[in-house]
Design a protein around this ligand. Structure first.
Ligand code: DX5
Ligand code: ZN
Length: 222
């Protein structure tokens, strides 16, 4: 079984102290940092650019993953690899030539991630799994933190089956509305990496929050 990992979204963080916030999340035991990159076109919100990510790189050693909610994913991907992201995730809905986009990310020496909006069918990724290291399943409509969770258990199960049947070495990650309760059905359905923004930042003790999320996921899938 793939390890359970918690990847905090930076959206709820204090952007005036982003480096310190990243260091604190690492110290609290999270496994990755989830950078929500929004261009104001693919989604109706605008967040951070590659220079912000680069400025935070030295504050933590853990994996940086860039979730690119942008229309020009092919042009943006190399900038986030250069900024220090080990994983770059692009939306299937933003890539006309998705296989090439993912292959190019791998050729840059990074891990590739394909992201599916809630409405996008699981079989969209059927023919790109050979150039995919992570599948990110959106359980909210992208653009904002703190939204209501959209249950997509059957979709997670379908993707898990696709990955297992093909013998692929791929993380299955969910993103949006993940908390101590919703994480359970996602883990039971086959997800092993969990993005959490507002739910995690609500804990006074972030280490305890990460431990609770991980524990609930482990219990749910056992
Ligand atoms: C939404 C982002 C998510 C979001 C998660 O477009 O991709 O990563 O920030 O935040 P919560 O956990 O609050 O839904
Ligand atoms: Zn995200």
């Amino acid at each position: 079984m793939r390890p359970i990992e918690i990847s905090p979204s930076v959206l709820p963080a204090d952007f005036a102290r982003l480096g310190d916030e990243i260091a604190a999340l690492e110290a609290a035991g999270c496994d990755r940092i989830h950078w929500d990159v929004m261009d104001g076109v693919f989604v109706p919100n605008l967040t951070i650019g590659p220079d912000i990510v680069k400025s935070c790189r030295s504050f933590a050693d853990i994996m940086f993953e860039a979730h690119l909610m942008v229309v020009n994913a092919d042009e943006m991907a190399p900038l986030y690899v250069d900024a220090g992201c080990e994983v770059v995730m692009v939306h299937a809905e933003a890539c006309t030539h998705l296989h090439r986009s993912l292959d190019n990310i791998q050729k840059l020496g990074a891990k590739s991630g394909v992201v599916l909006n809630p409405h996008t069918p699981a079989d969209t990724i059927q023919h790109v799994l050979d150039v995919t290291d992570h599948v990110l399943i959106m359980t909210v409509n992208p653009g904002f933190g703190g939204q209501n969770y959209i249950p997509l258990v059957a979709k997670i199960e379908a993707i898990k089956q696709m990955v297992d049947t093909g013998g692929h070495d791929i993380d299955i990650e969910v993103d949006g509305g993940i908390n101590a309760d919703t994480i359970k059905e996602c883990a039971a359905a086959g997800a092993n990496v969990f993005v959490s923004g507002s739910a995690l930042f609500r804990y006074d003790d972030r280490a305890a929050g990460i431990a609770e999320l991980k524990g609930n996921a482990e219990t749910a899938r056992s």
